[in-house]
Ligand binder design. Structure first.
Ligand code: ADP
Length: 395
């Protein structure tokens, strides 16, 4: 079966058309800088990459362009959309309703929509993706694979907030965590590449993209992760603040005469390295500005790295040790400078980065020296393959 996997991020849309029997991607692609300007990279297997720079003002336009690329006479890989047997969609928030993947029905769509408030940058983008595919491919089964599912193994110590218990009882306010498909996939690959025993392993996965989160994975199960009820908690991100003193919300509201909604927009869309640097939400832009001497951009990258290092320290405590640390996602896979800045804090763990290996990218790699006490790895994530497997299992 050919499975189209659609992964709508906050500023990007990744897709793959995967042959489920061979597990090979027939075509892979990436829409980048959605809402900024827009670029679509489409690569048919064994073919040349085609770059299209039509504007991508929103995700709906991005998906339409993807389907056109897949069926294009020159660089397409299928004759018609009928060849697509199923679509697997990454969906960010499943609340407590969805602890596993599900076939998408009208009821499921409604339940996903009910979670929009919890993931304001992502769930609406996911729904736009599902609706666009449903309109163009009616009758094709679709599956939702939730980012929250992998973290359902977290113990109460990790998922309860220090709030009156009634809020958990009444509203299920707790920590859920996100990027679960990636944390699951990358932790398994890290265990394999580092040669660890899956049943006796302590791995920290740093998923550093526009959205960013860290997880502590003990013996293959998530025991803690940095995102919480929503993806706003934890690390500094492209546009999100991550952890702040909650009292800041009231402080800004009073000083600037803003509503809670205004403040949430600031925390979700105007903060992070974007707000700190005043340059961009795209880490490449911020890196370029930092490299050319922009002080705020340098500060933003420095604060970002420090926050990651602090989380790594807390997860070493949570697991009473660590065997391997894996970097993944856009920034984690590609920005060796960022990995080096983070690892500079990890001398106490006996981490010894190998600068030559750390400069490489694009494949699974151990980037520490042979003497390093903890192995650090760069592992390209493959959420799409993980989603395709779940999709086939359900349809
Ligand atoms: P998301 O799905 O949350 O949008 P991605 O995993 O696609 O996140 O990562 C996107 C981020 O990765 C962007 O901010 C982009 O700038 C960053 N990125 C990609 N390539 C590089 C690179 N070579 N150097 C630094 N950052 C990069």
């Amino acid at each position: 079966m050919k499975v189209l996997v659609v992964n709508c991020g906050s500023s990007s849309l990744k897709y793959q058309l995967i042959d489920s029997e061979t597990e090979q991607a027939l075509a892979v692609g990436l829409c980048e800088r959605i809402g900024i300007d827009g670029k679509l990279n489409h690569t048919p297997a064994g073919g040349e990459k085609v770059v299209m720079d039509d504007p991508l003002p929103n995700h709906e336009v991005a998906i339409k362009n993807v389907l056109a690329a897949l069926t294009d006479a020159n660089h397409g890989v299928i004759k018609s959309l009928d060849e697509i047997g199923a679509v697997g969609h990454r969906v960010v928030h499943g609340g407590e309703k969805f602890a596993t993947s599900v076939v998408i029905t009208d009821e499921v769509m409604k339940a996903i929509e009910e979670c929009n408030d919890l993931a304001p940058l992502h769930n609406p983008a996911n729904l736009i993706g599902i609706n666009a595919c449903k309109n163009i491919m009616p009758g094709v089964p679709m599956v939702a694979v939730f980012d929250t599912a992998f973290h359902q193994t977290m113990p109460k110590e990790a998922y309860l907030y220090g709030l009156p218990f009634e809020y958990y009882d009444k509203y299920k306010i707790r920590r859920y965590g996100f990027h679960g498909t990636s944390h699951s996939f990358v932790s398994k690959r890290a265990i394999d590449v580092a040669g660890l025993d899956p049943k006796n392993s302590k791995v920290i996965v740093c998923h550093l993209g526009n959205g960013a989160s860290i997880s502590a994975v003990k013996n293959g199960e998530s025991v803690d992760t940095s995102m919480g009820l929503t993806p706003l908690e934890g690390l500094i991100m492209g546009t999100r603040s991550g952890d702040i003193d909650p009292a800041i919300i009231e402080f800004i509201a009073h000083k600037e005469g803003k509503s809670i909604d205004d403040i949430m927009t600031i925390l979700n869309k105007k903060s992070g390295v974007h707000g700190m640097s005043g340059v961009s939400s795209d880490f490449r832009d911020v890196r370029a500005a930092a490299d050319s001497g922009n002080e705020h951009a340098k500060e933003a990258m420095g604060v970002f790295a420090y926050r990651v290092a602090k989380y790594i320290g807390s997860y070493v405590a949570a697991m009473n040790g660590v065997d391997a640390i894996a970097f993944t996602a856009g920034l984690g896979e590609n920005d060796g400078k960022m990995r080096a800045s983070i690892c500079a804090y990890l001398g106490y763990l006996g981490v010894e980065l190998d600068p030559e290996e750390n400069a490489k990218r694009g494949f699974e790699n151990i980037i520490t020296t042979k003497d390093s006490k903890v192995k650090v790895l760069a592992i390209p994530t493959n959420e799409e393959l993980a989603i395709a497997r779940e999709t086939v299992a359900l349809v």
